[in-house]
Design a protein around this ligand. Structure first.
Ligand SMILES: C[S@@+](CC[C@H](N)C(=O)[O-])C[C@H]1O[C@@H](n2cnc3c(N)ncnc32)[C@H](O)[C@@H]1O
Length: 388
């Protein structure tokens, strides 16, 4: 997602259906209830959690289409939805990792199930036939969709990671939809942005003094990148960091491949990136208003890969590589795979995956390991681990 951002989406958009508007009104009412119960204000992370994941209400927890092109009513496309070349390239990396761990895959947030389907096909083609494949999915609605895509393939669904896992973990565009806290610098102090209501029903952003955890996180960022100017606003992804640290509790042996939009800390909190990276997606229009039509919009924030690398290191995981999606896929043999299945359409798909103007440079791949220290093929050229 995140292609061709247009910051003022509303003028050129077809109006949502009456049913969609009624659903969004119910989501907004649910959020207003949470704000009221919390005493009039909730942090943005809580808002994002409700807008995306509240059971039966949230964007990922209710039945909108989400994935796919604009004509099909989707809001965004992800790499596995663009082309099976993504899964086929990834399969080469997964098979190499299987030399060092059990032939098990654990995919987080499998969306429509396209990556699991194409990865299982590609792994079988590479001779890895007895692969155990499990999916951890929070959304009951998406689990239903994945069940339909993956019927008869022996995939297992989990609501949480197993107590102990040996194999390859994959998370594609999962960390960028984990709730983030928003902060803004005001006269040298850190304020937290959250959500309140005005006129009894309108959701608006409002600031409150930052709590200790957020203030400490911002101080750590400033210790590294220098003092951020007054008015500077951005996000902190403490949930994504905790998720990475928790990997160390259950990944007994293997490799975790985390694929997402993001950058190292110095780029993320560059003094000129004054407004952070929060981005919303509705019918292929990217916009910056997370309060608009809650429940109908995806809300994302880029990933601070330096923070994830720190969290992994502190938790005892090793870093096996960090590079752009373009380098990773080319290192995994994308060019040969394209040659073997060359059509005009496939060439276009490959271009979208690796072009700098599309996903090739904005999306990064971070590989973390436990009890595996072999060099991974995906990072053979262009490894940027030193930049984190
Ligand atoms: C943007 S979609 C990406 C889907 C898919 N990986 C793809 O590339 O098409 C985000 C997915 O992550 C899931 N998700 C978000 N947070 C999660 C978590 N903590 N654990 C597991 N899945 C999660 C969502 O329900 C959804 O399936």
């Amino acid at each position: 997602m995140g292609l061709n951002p247009q910051l003022n989406p509303r003028s050129s958009l077809a109006a949502p259906s009456a049913e969609a508007l009624a659903h969004s009104a119910r989501v907004a009412a649910h959020i207003r209830g949470a704000i009221e119960r919390a005493g009039g204000w909730i942090g943005f992370d809580r808002y994002m959690e409700l807008a995306l994941y509240a059971p039966g209400f949230g964007y990922y927890a209710a039945g909108t289409r989400k994935f796919g092109d604009a004509a099909s009513g989707g809001d965004f496309v992800t790499a596995p939805e663009i082309s099976p070349l993504f899964a086929r390239s990834l399969a080469n990396q997964v098979v190499q990792a299987f030399d060092h761990c059990a032939p098990h895959v654990l995919e987080f947030g499998a969306g429509s199930g396209a990556l699991a389907r194409d990865l299982l096909d590609a792994l079988a083609q590479l001779g890895a036939r007895d692969v155990r494949y499990a999916i951890v999915e929070l959304s009951a609605d998406l689990r239903e969709r994945q069940l339909a895509t993956l019927a008869g393939r022996g995939v297992e669904w989990l609501t949480a990671p197993p107590a102990r896992f040996d194999g390859v973990v994959i998370a594609n565009e999962v960390l960028d939809v984990m709730p983030v806290q928003l902060f803004v610098k005001r006269e040298g102090r850190v304020q937290e942005r959250g959500v309140t209501t005005i006129d009894g029903d309108r959701l608006v952003l409002a600031e409150a003094p930052a709590g200790r955890e957020l203030a400490t996180a911002v101080a750590a960022i400033e210790a590294e990148v220098g003092a951020l100017p007054d008015g500077y606003g951005s996000e902190v992804g403490l949930i994504a960091r905790a998720w990475v640290a928790s990997l160390a509790d259950w990944l007994a042996r293997g490799v975790a491949l985390l694929i997402d939009y993001g950058f190292p800390r110095r780029e993320y909190y560059h003094p000129q990136r004054l407004m952070g990276t929060l981005m919303c997606h509705y019918r292929h229009h990217a916009h910056a208003d997370p309060l608009w039509l809650p429940g109908l919009n995806d809300i994302t924030a880029h990933v601070d890969f330096s923070a994830l690398a720190d969290a992994a290191h502190s938790a005892g995981l090793s870093m096996l590589g960090y590079t752009s999606q373009a380098h990773f896929l080319l290192n995994c043999g994308l060019a040969d795979l394209l040659q073997a299945d060359h059509t005009h359409a496939r060439a276009n798909e490959a271009h979208r995956l690796i072009s700098e103007a599309e996903m090739g440079e904005l999306v990064k791949v971070l590989a973390l390991g436990r009890a595996v220290d072999a060099p991974l093929i995906g990072f053979a050229r262009g490894d940027r681990a030193h930049r984190l």
